[in-house]
Design a protein around this ligand. Structure first.
Ligand SMILES: Cc1cc2nc3c(=O)[nH]c(=O)nc-3n(C[C@H](O)[C@H](O)[C@H](O)COP(=O)(O)OP(=O)(O)OC[C@H]3O[C@@H](n4cnc5c(N)ncnc54)[C@H](O)[C@@H]3O)c2cc1C
Length: 406
């Protein structure tokens, strides 16, 4: 096989599209654990409550593989890669040879030891299949507990609350979305979440899940016991790297790639949640686990697999949410090392909060809450030098100090 793609998420799909642009004839095979046309994982919370249908979930339509002349092994898991023989071995023992292979196997939810997903009513929300089984349970659900106040947990909470289910979020840290927001932005989000009637328990830890006759009844935290007939565990994800165990592939949190999205073994590429690639702002290598990064990395990997020399320009942390009537966009570093490097342009002014984060006079991050209209401009200005006066659509105070009027 000229091109073997493992995984049909956005990284794998973008690589296929780019390869076909460059090489209309080369044989492409896709192997994927899930048996679906490409679908939007981001929309699984909406699909879970039947807010979107399959047609909208399948963002490239059902005929994608035929259109791109891709031979498929859907519903098949890659068990191992054997770089010395340039083959992969599937769980059904089939061996597939490759000239060039892309590992785009994504990530999966972390399930802590106390979370027995064998208990009826306890789920993770990651795949389309998860949405389907949760959907079947919704008719008998009155009280749901979401464990984890990050992006996936909040999207799940929004969806269940739209179905008039009483929702409680439990978060270990002192704020919601601790990885993406500072305390002020997070407090505005908290207000919006609670306005929807959702209970939020911060700074608390789950001790155990309680069940009766194999069915979930409650979640016990270190502070109290919260009744539940449905629990979604959303405490983070980790890359699917098992197939690389025992190989010489260099890995840390993900598979280490160079600017061509190539691993340390020349004909093996990696992209998406599974790859540890350049950060645009720091030059360090990081696992980015974002849809846009997966698309961009997949395109670069595909181009290089097909013989071009294209460089990945690097990612930045980037989050854009529109939840509970609140728009939030954060990008890059959300907190400066020194307070004077934070320029607060609007501070909790009727639900609007805007902060720029600088380092050595350069913009290295921002948070916009409530009014996100300048996000596009700021995105392109990341890394550039700031100057006082009118800049990027904002008025920057002299000396870049925190605006004393707030
Ligand atoms: C509920 C939810 C909400 C999200 N919201 C956002 C958001 O708002 N913004 C954002 O940027 N990102 C969001 N994400 C994250 C985003 O979806 C991922 O970063 C993105 O899907 C990663 O793309 P990928 O191609 O690397 O992997 P994936 O989309 O995870 O695809 C991996 C593919 O590999 C297959 N696979 C896995 N293991 C194997 C194996 N051993 N053999 C063969 N195939 C295998 C899987 O079946 C799958 O097809 C969200 C994710 C979830 C679950």
């Amino acid at each position: 096989m000229a091109y073997l793609i493992i995984g049909n998420g956005p990284a794998g799909v973008s690589a296929i599209e780019r390869i076909r642009e460059i090489d209309p004839q080369g044989k492409i095979m896709l192997v994927s654990r899930e048996n679906n046309p490409p679908y939007s994982r981001i929309m699984t919370p909406e699909y879970m409550i039947s807010e979107v249908d399959e047609e909208n979930l399948f963002y490239r339509g059902t005929g994608f593989y035929e259109r791109y002349s891709v031979e498929t092994r859907l519903g098949c898991k890659v068990k191992a890669i054997v770089p010395e023989k340039k083959t992969v071995i599937l769980e059904n023992q089939e061996e597939i040879g490759y000239k060039r292979v892309l590992i785009a196997s994504g990530s999966r939810p972390i399930v802590p030891s106390w979370a027995d997903t064998g208990i009826k009513g306890v789920f993770t929300l990651w795949d389309k299949a998860d949405s389907v089984v949760i959907n079947q349970q919704l008719g008998e659900t009155k009280e749901a507990v979401i464990i984890g106040g990050g992006l996936v947990g909040l999207q799940a909470a929004r969806a269940l609350s739209a179905r008039k289910i009483k929702v409680t979020i439990i978060e270990k840290m002192k704020q919601l979305m601790p990885l993406q927001l500072d305390t002020i932005a997070s407090s505005l989000l908290l207000q919006a979440v609670m306005k929807q009637g959702i209970d939020v328990h911060l700074d608390t830890e789950v001790l155990s899940l309680e069940s009766q006759n194999g069915k979930i009844t409650a979640v016990a935290t270190k502070d109290q016991t919260i009744p539940a007939d449905l629990v979604i565990v959303a405490i983070g994800a980790k890359p699917n790297l098992e197939m690389t165990v025992g190989t010489a592939l260099e890995r840390d949190k993900g598979l280490i790639t160079n600017e061509y999205m190539q691993t340390n073994i020349p004909d093996i590429y990696a992209a998406g949640d599974v790859a540890q690639a350049y950060c645009r702002l720091t030059g360090e290598k990081t696992v980015r686990a974002l849809w846009l990064s997966a698309v961009q990395q997949g395109k670069v990997a595909g181009a290089n697999m097909a013989g071009r020399q294209e460089r990945y320009l690097g990612s930045t942390a980037m989050n854009s949410i529109q939840l509970f009537g609140l728009s939030i966009i954060s990008q890059g570093r959300i907190e400066a090392l020194q307070e004077t490097d934070e320029i607060i342009l609007k501070y909790q002014d009727r639900g609007v909060y805007q902060k720029l984060v600088c380092e050595d006079g350069r913009l290295i991050g921002f948070i916009l809450v409530g009014d996100v209209r300048q996000a596009g401009v700021l995105h392109y200005k990341l890394g550039q030098s700031l100057f006082s006066g009118y800049w990027g659509g904002f008025r920057i105070p002299d000396g870049y100090q925190v605006n004393p009027t707030f």
